[in-house]
Design a binder for this molecule. Structure first.
Ligand SMILES: [Zn+2]
Length: 200
């Protein structure tokens, strides 16, 4: 993949051309994929206050004039990696352990939600706070909705690169972001490992 395309992965491009997660869960998917462990650290879309502010603004998670501090960046990145850890545990037989939940609890102080009702009587969870508190609340609200709908169990972190992808397969068995990228990398390594192991 060309560097120009790699830089679009997680926003405009999905590995292997997979469809994105449905509904608001797509926003949470993009949040997790605001950084890809395979890419250089300075590609982190929320890696500095300026970048994080631009990303959050673009996703309408903060209003104009609301600032993002260094501490906010640390908070958002920790939150992202903890939610990624939960997605990693959506593979069959895995458990996230207590650590990610503890981090999420610690980071979600001040992030509050209320039930909003539109004119047609439809309800949504809406953040009551502003700035990064509001953004964190919205993201956790989406996590909650996806757990209620069952969609969350299909959100997985690639076993190789930890990219968050939505597993639409019937038996929920997808393990990699794209078989053509990480699946083959993993298989090739196993193949060479087998070949190097002397018979005996
Ligand atoms: Zn991958």
């Amino acid at each position: 993949m060309e560097e120009r395309d790699k830089r679009r992965v997680g926003e405009q491009i999905e590995p292997g051309g997979r469809p994105k997660a449905p509904g608001r869960l797509e926003l949470l998917q993009r949040f997790i994929n605001s950084y890809n462990h395979d890419f250089p650290p300075d590609w982190d879309r929320i890696g500095t206050p300026k970048k994080a502010k631009a990303w959050l603004r673009q996703k309408q998670l903060v209003a104009s004039g609301e600032d993002v501090s260094d501490a906010d960046v640390t908070r958002l990145r920790e939150l992202r990696e903890s939610i990624r850890a939960l997605a990693m545990a959506n593979h069959r037989g895995r458990t996230p352990g207590k650590a990610p939940a503890e981090v999420i609890r610690r980071l979600s102080g001040g992030a509050e939600l209320s039930v909003a009702v539109d004119d047609a009587g439809r309800t949504t969870l809406a953040a009551t706070g502003h700035g990064v508190d509001g953004a964190v609340a919205t993201l956790l609200g989406i996590l909650h909705e996806a757990q209620l709908s069952g969609d969350w169990s299909r959100m997985k972190g690639c076993r190789k690169c930890e990219y968050a992808f939505f597993d639409r397969s019937k038996n929920r068995s997808a393990a990699w972001c794209a078989m053509s990228i990480c699946g083959n990398r993993t298989k090739n390594r196993a193949y060479y490992r087998r070949r190097r192991t002397p018979k005996g």
